[in-house]
Design a protein around this ligand. Structure first.
Ligand code: 4AD
Ligand code: MG
Length: 430
């Protein structure tokens, strides 16, 4: 009898099929049992009646425990009242592997316990809903750039230099020389923009952030586009189209996941352009009016980001930061060179900075000066300076943290549930 995945059962009305999966739940009243079988593609209810089964099959149903591996054989019964629109009427049942004492029971567990059992926790409906949204977001990112004819440039993970400052580098040994885990693929994308015009990378990035917040992971995934001849306003247009497209795709393809997560779709429907654009200086004024203790020249704290974002009904760009606060590579504003053409996109509802980006310095001598001012080792950046020596060009790009985007779309407060195996401060298990 052919094995059919739960998601495909609808295509086989009235047929006898086998479903292989794990027993999520079981309820019995006398000689009738209701079993929830999960196979990864979905969950189906199996209705089993003792009188329609062999003794062996009925025994297997009685014996089956939570998360045992099972095979249910039966007729597909299309019933609009059943979840997913189908049920299986059992004619056979088998336990392929009996699970004893599954640690995650239907009762409530604390997050620390669940994190210790992350490898098993992945099976639960909420975690599957979140990681399903993550998968859709990653696919929509690839589609967005593919449709716009960007070329994928995979950037290296082992690097000889820092991109986002030296304070959060993970160091390792590279045959006797120090090497670092990449904080960002940006520096490697910039040269590639001269080869292909529009490029992007998406991969894991690493920051030894010694802070324990719900918005920081040590290892997170970042997507970064970089575009030749794109200047600062166009960069914000690109980020706006990008985020709006992701929101649209999540709404279109993840409605069931959002339902499981009890996420109000209206929060995602409102993510459409144009997004408001305010300068850093204006943002400081707003924060001061709102009673935040912050002065011009200070970086935003998490709380500041939340207060600021709460003033708007959709994501907001903050632009023109003091150069000193920002990375060495940002292009100064022509009208006020103390300011950098950098932007942060802040998400509503307290999700904080989703995107960081900038126009890049394309003048060789200015970039050299910045590398020196930031005390960065010149030898490691020679190749990066080359880009400004041979056919330099204005260019811009940004980076979006995948986990922050997933948390926002799903409406969950902590990043740790948005990545299959989170790497957090002092925690690298499982
Ligand atoms: O603002 P960041 O540091 O920008 C860069 O790395 C640039 N080189 C990107 C570029 O222009 N190509 O980081 C970009 C985004 C942040 O807005 C945030 O969403 C995410 O990466 N991010 C983190 N996510 C999770 N945990 C952390 N520790 C993160 N640090 C940054
Ligand atoms: Mg940033």
């Amino acid at each position: 009898m052919s094995v059919v995945s739960v998601s495909q059962l609808k295509e086989h009305p009235g047929e006898s099929v086998t479903v292989r999966g794990w027993l999520e739940n079981k309820r019995r009243s006398g000689k009738i049992a209701f079993l929830q079988v999960r196979d990864g593609s979905g969950i189906v209810q199996v209705v089993a009646s003792k009188k329609e089964l062999s003794e062996e099959a009925w025994e297997a149903i009685l014996e089956a425990t939570q998360e045992s591996t099972v095979a249910a054989i039966g007729k597909v019964n299309v019933d609009p009242r059943a979840p997913g629109g189908v049920e299986l009427h059992a004619s056979g049942f088998r336990v392929d592997h009996l699970t004893e004492e599954y640690p995650i029971t239907p009762k409530e567990h604390g997050t620390a316990f669940l994190m210790e059992h992350r490898h098993l926790w992945l099976r639960s409906s909420k975690q599957r809903a979140i990681l399903g949204v993550r998968s859709e977001i990653c696919q929509s990112i690839r589609d967005f750039f593919y449709q716009r004819e960007f070329i994928l440039i995979d950037s290296p993970i082992l690097t000889p230099n820092a991109c986002e400052g030296t304070s959060t580098l993970f160091q390792t040994d590279y045959f006797g020389d120090p090497a670092f885990l990449s904080q960002s693929g940006q520096l490697y994308l910039e040269p590639a923009a001269a080869a292909f015009g529009k490029v992007y990378c998406m991969g894991p990035t690493f920051r030894a952030e010694k802070s324990k917040t719900r918005r920081h992971l040590m290892e997170f995934w970042m997507v970064e586009p970089e575009v030749a001849f794109l200047e600062f306003d166009g960069l914000q247009d690109l980020a706006e189209d990008f985020v709006s497209y992701i929101a649209e795709r999540v709404l279109e393809r993840c409605s069931e996941n959002l339902r499981v997560l009890e996420r109000d779709p209206a929060k995602i429907e409102s993510i459409t352009g144009p997004f408001p654009r305010i300068t850093y200086t204006k943002a400081i004024e707003i924060l001061q009016e709102q009673g935040q203790e912050i002065a011009w020249g200070d970086d935003f704290g998490g709380e500041d980001e939340t207060v600021l974002a709460n003033q708007f009904d959709r994501p907001v760009f903050v632009t023109h930061f003091p150069s000193e606060m920002k990375a060495f590579y940002m292009q100064p504003d022509a009208d006020d060179p103390k300011l950098a053409l950098g932007m942060d996109l802040l998400a509503p509802e307290g999700y904080g900075e989703i995107i960081g980006g900038s126009q890049r310095i394309h003048d060789h001598d200015l970039l050299l000066q910045r590398i020196q001012e930031h005390d960065l080792p010149l030898e490691a950046f020679q190749w990066y300076l080359d880009v400004r020596k041979y056919g330099s060009y204005p260019h811009s790009g940004f980076g979006m943290g995948i986990e922050r985007c997933v948390a926002w779309m799903c409406g969950i407060p902590h990043l740790r549930e948005t990545i299959p195996y989170p790497r957090m401060l002092y925690k690298i298990y499982p």
